[in-house]
Write a protein that binds this ligand. Structure first.
Ligand code: NAD
Length: 295
């Protein structure tokens, strides 16, 4: 962990206008959170349907607040009107900061970032919401790698307080400070971390998941483990439900990255519960079944 986010943000303003690439689970959530906290945001996707889904999700969250009496209709339409869904880069020349949240594929991300860099002003900061790809690797094809860093949100974005701000080899203090200020303005708690496999959170989470898998191998029942961790230990949820929320496919991919990154600690000797569920196509909440069933 590289230092105190608080010190870095002194005299640094959050973006007046931001943008998000990708209107999926994460991109849609990030766009909503920006708008909710008063930052107008462009939300770009290559798929019209994804833009509609992203806008619908924002609408659902705001309607819930309306039903709870936390906002009125005027505030609802104000917030919605500050999210601008788009299929092209119109308006990107005016944004101060952009985070990409497209698919977790280094080739796609690098191509998207290079294209994005050619569409924004020279002073715009760029960030990636990657969960696993090294920031310095994504920065390799950029003209201005010093203006690029990781900005790792957690799912669901509107509820999870933490944002990891990841410094690549060439990321400057100024870029880090601007992204920290952005995360704070979004009501989040940024933590600045070095670029390494798993960044901070997944270095803590995946050994926990590995210990959980070991318990199952030793004969434990996942339902009881979840119950004990949640009801008796007091965590918001147990490891099986957490894996279902994260997505078994996402966890499977991240587990591979961790095993490659830390062969001394995270290498696996045989198949575990995550492999078995992944191979069965049981991806967790998103597919209706993981450890638990969702109907
Ligand atoms: P998703 O599949 O829900 O959304 C990805 C979106 O990107 C899709 O709508 C797709 O149409 C769009 N897209 C693809 N190529 C594009 C392009 N060139 N330009 C614009 N949009 C494009 O994925 P997600 O779960 O939101 O994940 C997005 C990123 O966030 C990934 O890097 C992932 O690792 C990371 N992440 C995901 C989670 C999670 O729990 N889902 C948590 C933290 C970080």
């Amino acid at each position: 962990i590289k230092g105190q986010a608080k010190q870095l943000t002194r005299d640094v303003n959050p973006p007046r206008q931001a943008a998000v690439l990708g209107a999926g689970i994460m991109g849609g959530g990030i766009a909503y959170q920006c708008a909710w906290k008063g930052i107008p945001v462009l939300m770009k996707d290559i798929n019209d349907k994804a833009l509609t889904l992203g806008m619908n999700e924002a609408g659902k969250l705001l309607n819930k607040k309306l039903e709870q009496g936390k906002i009125d209709g005027l505030r609802l339409s104000e917030v919605v009107s500050t999210i601008h869904p788009t299929l092209d880069y119109t308006g990107f020349e005016r944004v101060d900061a952009v985070v990409e949240a497209v698919v977790e594929n280094p080739k796609v991300k690098r191509a998207v970032l290079a294209e994005l860099e050619s569409q924004v002003g020279a002073d715009t900061v760029l960030a990636s919401n990657t969960s696993t790809i090294p920031i310095s690797l994504l920065a390799e094809g950029l003209q201005r790698p010093e203006k690029f860093c990781g900005m790792h949100f957690f799912n669901p974005v509107h509820r999870m307080p933490l944002v990891e701000v990841i410094r690549g080899r060439q990321t400057t203090d100024e870029t880090t400070a601007r992204v920290v200020a952005w995360a704070r303005k979004m009501g989040k708690t940024p933590v600045v971390v070095n670029d390494c496999p798993g960044f901070f959170v997944n270095r803590v989470l995946f050994p926990y998941f590995a210990a959980f898998s070991q318990l199952l191998r030793d004969g434990a029942d996942f339902r009881r483990v979840d119950k004990v961790m949640e009801k008796k230990f007091g965590w918001p949820m147990g490891p099986a439900l957490l894996l279902d929320v994260v997505g078994i496919d996402t966890a499977h991919h991240a587990q591979t990255v961790m095993a490659e990154g830390y062969p001394d600690r995270m290498a696996k000797s045989d198949r575990d519960a995550i492999d078995v569920l992944f191979e069965a196509g049981r991806y967790g909440q998103k597919s209706g079944q993981g450890f638990w069933r969702y109907q």
